[in-house]
Unconditional design. Sequence first.
Lengths: 483, 123
Amino acid sequence: MARPSGTAAQRGIFYNLRRNIAAMLDPEQSAKPARAVRRERTPGPMLAPLAARDDDDFETRLRGLLSENSEGALLAGRVNVIGLKKVKERFGAEWDRFAVRADRIARNTIERHLTAGDIYTSTLGFAYIMVFAQLSPDQAKVKCRLIGDEIAKSLLGEGDGALIEVKTAVAQIDGKIAFQDVLLKEVLATSLGDDKDLELVDEPAPRRPVQAPDGQWEPIPAPARKQNVRGAQADLLDDLRFVYRPMWDQSRSVVSAYYCVAQVPLADVGDARGDAETMTGDGGERPRLDVLTQQRVIADLDDLARASRKLFIVLPVHFETLSAMARRREYLRVLREQTNAEMRKLLVVEVVGVPQGVPQTRLTDLVGPLKPLCRSVVLRLPLESADFSNIKGSGAEAIGADVAGRADAEFVLMQHMNRFARATAKAEFPCYIHGLRSISLVAGALGAGFGYIDGDAVASPVAHPRGVVEFRLADLYRSFIKS
Amino acid sequence: MAKILVIDDDVIVRETIVQILEDGGHQVVSAEDGKRGMAAFRSERPDLIITDIIMPEQEGIQTITEIRGVQPNAKIIAISGGGRIGNTDFLKIARHLGAFDAIAKPFDPDDLLNRVGRCLNGH
């Protein structure tokens, strides 16, 4: 195929562009030859026809776009890059599980924002190079930053846009391209000029320290204290690991569902880990935990559906995440766009932390939109709940509780379990229970009438769902029977 | 007359069984869960143990296993019931692990005394 014409400078830039960008964003990967990021195994639902599909196509169109400019300014502000290197670092060892999905999310998001004449390609190091045909350099920066934020929201939840690198070409130095980080605040400030009606502020202005009369103490200003707590929780979620607790369907004598649990390291306890849900408390990190858990489950659902596995994955999501309309919309969007019919057949969404007595109409608002995106929606309530009449008609298909981490005596837990199960029977719901730590509690749960049961006393967590496994009551006592 | 240990977390059921057995002329000691039942077994050395299956702290199957570990020829009757699911599987396992008999709740007092008699006589 004949190469399109162009200046020598342009040709040199084309040949080195992807390699330079890859080196800038990920030096380890840059040692390998640049090529297109590997394609997903099946075409995604949002593939834009305008996207560059191979190297020749990208270079041809890039030449065309850039040749419209004068040679000296051909790159400045025109070539923009979005990179996932920091996201990769954030996921750590889990990245391999997420890489293909992250690439698909990034591509889908970018392609949604492309218009006629725009082009993009990608590098091996999860960097996406874009050139916008119609936008000014400042407009392109804003658009890229917003695309970056949207990718961050899909991958990591809210507030992590800074993890998506957005850079723009600013100059050509010795045949190489120089890039500059794009900070939305600066771009907007430049674009808005002296518009005093809009104030861009990163954080609240520092409060004047409250001075005690005797000068002996100086309280920490409220915003700083809040920041410390959030920082600690962010660190906690930085080292997430996901496991699945096998759930025993005692009526069918099988393990057929796997409940996804995010775990974090326990401080000063070696390699031991605890459930992230317990550790995060109510400090506002749960929505991000939910998004990370959602991503992991979607990745595994994809694998399981492709392997034609017949089992269920239980995806927990907090009531508070779904209660806020913007977060709910985003959560649903990700489920809608990143799952297909086969994956949804395997998915059970568990709404966690449903307050007692929440109105039935409110529950319907939350459960209704989830139902088309999964096999069923179940609700987890406090074990002390004793009236489920408000849940009837909400669309939920089962009610459960979690006793993991509870320090109550078994006698007390069994009394609660009996009451809870009786109340679910009265409301005509099947019931399930998580986190049973002992065989006596399992026996108690069976006696009370819980249909699905999990916990260390049933089976240890597994890294990946294994499939449907026969599990009879005798298996619970396997160690006794052997002895 | 025999010394019988009754282990059941349900105080009403436990006291009812104690009353039936005492009326039948037996000496009875009782415990409210498997752990306390094991302690009573070690200290009292009963001729027969009647244990519930579903109990806190240590349920009946594990208790039967431990008793058999201490005294392989111990005479044990397992009882279970009261839940929303059938208890036949629990009782099958109890028999498999060495319980002489297995009784589903609710039971008839005369039937209980007959089974206790058969167990003590080794029939």
